[in-house]
Design a protein around this ligand. Sequence first.
Ligand SMILES: Cc1cc2nc3c(=O)[nH]c(=O)nc-3n(C[C@H](O)[C@H](O)[C@H](O)COP(=O)(O)OP(=O)(O)OC[C@H]3O[C@@H](n4cnc5c(N)ncnc54)[C@H](O)[C@@H]3O)c2cc1C
Length: 435
Amino acid sequence: MHSIEELAGQHFDAIIVGGGINGAGLARDLALRAHMAQHPMRVLLLEKRFWGAGTSGRNSHLIHGGLRYLKYFDFALVREALRERATLLQLAPHTVRPLRFRLSTNGVFDNLFYGVGIILYDLLAGSHRIGKSTYFGPNQAYWDAASDSAALVIDNVRDARFYGATCITGRAVKRLWGDGIELDNGVRVNGAAVIDARGPWNRGETTRLVRGSHLILPRLFPGEDAVAHFHHDGRIIFFIPWGDLNPVTLIGTTDVDHSGSADQVQISRGEIDYLRGIAKQLFPASADMETLGCFSSLRPLLAAPGKSASATSREHHIAFREDQVLEIIGGKYTTYRSMAEEAADLVCGRIAPNLVPSHPTRSTPFAVPTERPGGIPERIAWAKQEEGCETLEDFLTCSTNWAWQKRWTAEELESIAREFSGGVDAFLERYAPCD
Ligand SMILES: Cc1cc2nc3c(=O)[nH]c(=O)nc-3n(C[C@H](O)[C@H](O)[C@H](O)COP(=O)(O)OP(=O)(O)OC[C@H]3O[C@@H](n4cnc5c(N)ncnc54)[C@H](O)[C@@H]3O)c2cc1C
């Protein structure tokens, strides 16, 4: 792997800034196209923190069509997401798994309304339907899928590397322009194409940042199914069985306009009360439970004046800006592969037109091994060797989701911390309980 110093003055065919799912997916797409066609292409992916440390590792962990978008007549978005759901279930079975959602609605009218919604959802899925839905009555349920979000980002990076891409974490890009970038230490690197995949950190005039937060509580109900609660304010709150270290429930999300820095994203008192209030309404025993953890992240949405955060479209925008940097904004995690394909078509149109018709990510499984080992020592070894994980925080958040699966004490963390940099105190301060 290249060090940052080695990059100075070098030339790449494509430089991608931002190691969330969109940057990682694009790096894999370009490297795979070039490999398949035996076309020499130098791809560089740069991430300022760690793979999946932004929104891509702190979302609801769902690969879904988005039942609630039907309410806004976003049929094209839902159909595309359902198609991508099927593709990911097939190509990434190690991190994407089917999940059944039981519905929690308010009264007969809601039951009928959402029952019709599920019928439409299944019709839009067509041959990509996963399981058998129950449309009406007390056992109303539908199928979607869940993922390990940061793990899939990391696997895209590892696969991109396997096909020759250079992927580096821990260094921020200070400036981007059409044919190069400058790092925060002044090093400049040249690129025939430059792609801005900084997600919420790319704050153009047309983007609106919306914060979504999740709470983690102990398991609230038995069984493998998730619960989709349709709240009377029109929002949908998921209760998802979660956790490979401890059995927990992931609860979210909120939708709140965020005006601060993209580096300072924290759950507010109001969001905690809102999510705990709904949890208490559905599962009264949760009132006495301690919150194990919480995380928040930002959605860059294309601004739509007058619309609420929930109602604003999740459509994406991929286009060359005036400065000739290609930017990727918005969209959903679920549709990352097709977004990466669209972006790669535009990049190849400029630097390798013969690769435009090639779309290998539609059918090529991951080349690198992707099944994580169980057991803490084995998982630590995997994170260091396979993922390049160096800090305790990156291990407990992006590499695993363990940061949020229990209330850690300093003693419990010490043996893990010995394997990484960053220190126990800094971690505990940053991930203080949120209740
Ligand atoms: C609360 C919430 C829940 C969601 N749940 C779902 C869901 O369940 N299913 C779904 O399909 N979608 C979901 N989404 C949407 C989805 O998560 C996002 O669309 C997707 O993760 C965006 O990925 P990204 O790569 O564009 O951004 P990010 O993941 O934020 O990646 C951007 C990266 O750029 C890096 N970066 C920033 N500045 C620089 C710089 N100067 N130099 C180098 N690197 C830089 C950041 O560190 C970051 O890692 C959710 C969104 C939110 C907010």
